[in-house]
Design a protein around this ligand. Structure first.
Ligand code: ZN
Length: 466
């Protein structure tokens, strides 16, 4: 009875929130769990074929939605938190959205992205078949704790979930060490050497790379050596002291140039060619993770390829608008993701305007010191093509200061008191394209301004890091 009450209440809240134009996914899940705490266990026990969790700092929304697209192409019914509400409340909401008032769901698979800090808690209620780990970078450290602490909590939780098979990014030493210390069956995916030939910003000698969160061996504490270095702490690493090194991947991929596609090969003679348009280092990793999971689920190659062709990135992930000029809108939330996005826009040779909105509410992380860990110096490589920098949001002054310290001329930086004004400045200058970045609490407001003013929301999307 309590269960039915919880579901009805949260369904009403969900409808009301949508009617008022809000994205109420977290709130209605929270209400439901308060009334009936075992709701998650109840829902997940009804999933027929498998539960897939996607965790990690960057890329989980993309990977999760790619797997969802593939499973749907294969004809399965799927429960998925596709909008990226990845706290426990968001996951409950995804199930409620697919259930009837009695709490019955009809799902072959559940495909859920989970905030890595919430994963240990979720594992008490859900017994997943697969957990995909994308990467672990520093993210909102004031809200969560250090990487070490998160990884240790995940390790402890996995010891009680030894039936879950792990799909791990072989190029990330922190994840590999975590995997090695738990009994679960593991599969690895990683990029082939040829990745860096397609992107000259990614290379072992990249002088701009300041961030290597995990530069020390997690087994023995010695400094890790990199035979090949991509970004963050990703690459071909090894430890001279204890022999810890990148495992040989079960699935690997390379970016092929003409025509551009991702070539994946793996265990049991698996081969696939993924044509999804523009591919760079981070979309390659996301796609490879999704394809590896699909291959392990025995989905036929042709279905995987077709499913990914139909995949559309979620809102605020390199989303395109048109107001006087093409506008690309992207969520930014941590240094590694921001760096990769800045590198990607450097490949666009048009004269451009860049707008950056930074807030400091709880969901953004109250501490904005991550702006100082972000490598805005990358902008200097193509500053001559940037007409203006517009900064907005509650921490616009911090952002302006950060750009100044990066070496940007102050007369190119304009402060906007609201997102509306920022969009106005952005579309009124003479540049031929504009890029607008915002962190989480500015995402929906900024997007609704863009959507209202946009003449033609193209269905073409560039891939994203998130
Ligand atoms: Zn070592």
């Amino acid at each position: 009875m309590k269960r039915i009450f919880a579901i009805i209440i949260s369904k009403v809240i969900m409808k009301l929130a949508r009617f008022l134009g809000h994205n109420g996914t977290n709130f209605c899940g929270e209400a439901a769990v308060k009334i009936y705490p075992d709701l998650l266990e109840w829902f997940s026990s009804q999933v027929k074929k498998g539960i897939i969790l996607v965790a990690g700092t960057n890329g989980k929304t993309s990977v999760n939605n790619m797997i969802n697209a593939i499973l749907k192409e294969a004809g399965y019914s799927v429960v998925c938190n596709e909008l990226g509400a990845n706290l426990d409340s968001g996951i409950v909401s995804a199930f409620i959205g697919s259930s009837d008032v009695l709490g019955n769901i009809n799902a072959d698979f559940a495909c859920l992205e989970i905030d890595e800090a919430v994963l240990p808690k979720i594992l008490k209620f859900i017994k997943p078949d697969f957990i995909i780990f994308t990467n672990i970078f520093r993210d909102q450290l004031d809200r969560y704790c250090e990487i070490e602490m998160i990884l240790n909590k995940i390790k402890t939780a996995l010891k009680d979930n030894s039936g879950a098979r792990l799909i791990i990014n072989a190029d990330d030493p922190s994840l590999v060490e975590m995997g090695e210390s738990v009994p679960n069956l593991k599969y690895y995916y990683g990029m082939n050497e040829s990745m860096d030939t397609t992107d000259n910003h990614v290379g072992a000698d990249s002088k701009n790379e300041l961030i290597k969160d995990s530069i020390f061996c997690r087994r023995c504490g010695n400094r890790l050596q990199y035979e090949r270095y991509y970004y963050g702490q990703l690459g071909y690493y090894f430890c001279r002291n204890c022999g810890f090194k990148r495992p040989v991947p079960d699935f690997c991929a390379s970016i092929e140039k003409t025509p551009m596609h991702l070539k994946v090969s793996g265990r049991d003679f698996f081969r696939a060619n993924i044509f999804t348009g523009f591919i760079n280092s981070y979309t390659a990793y996301n796609t490879l993770a999704a394809v590896s999971c699909a291959a392990l689920l025995d989905i036929p190659t042709a279905v995987i390829e077709k499913g990914l062709l139909g995949y559309k990135p979620q809102i605020g992930r390199m989303e395109k608008f048109f107001i006087n000029k093409p506008i690309v809108f992207n969520l930014v939330k941590n240094p590694v993701g921001f760096n990769e996005t800045l590198k990607a826009i450097g490949q666009d040779n048009r004269e451009k305007t860049i707008a950056i909105g930074i807030n400091d509410y709880v969901q953004d992380g109250r501490d904005v010191s991550w702006l100082w860990d972000t490598n805005f110096e990358i902008l200097l490589d193509f500053d001559d093509k940037i007409i203006k920098y517009i900064v907005f949001g509650r921490r616009r002054h911090d952002m302006a200061l950060r750009l100044k310290y990066a070496g940007i001329q102050m007369n190119k930086i304009k402060l906007a008191d609201s997102p509306k004004l920022a969009v106005h400045y952005m579309v009124s200058d003479r540049s031929s394209v504009a890029y607008i970045f915002a962190n989480y609490s500015l995402l929906f407001e900024t997007r609704s301004i863009l959507k209202r003013r946009s003449k033609d929301v193209s269905d073409y999307h560039m891939p994203s890091v998130s």
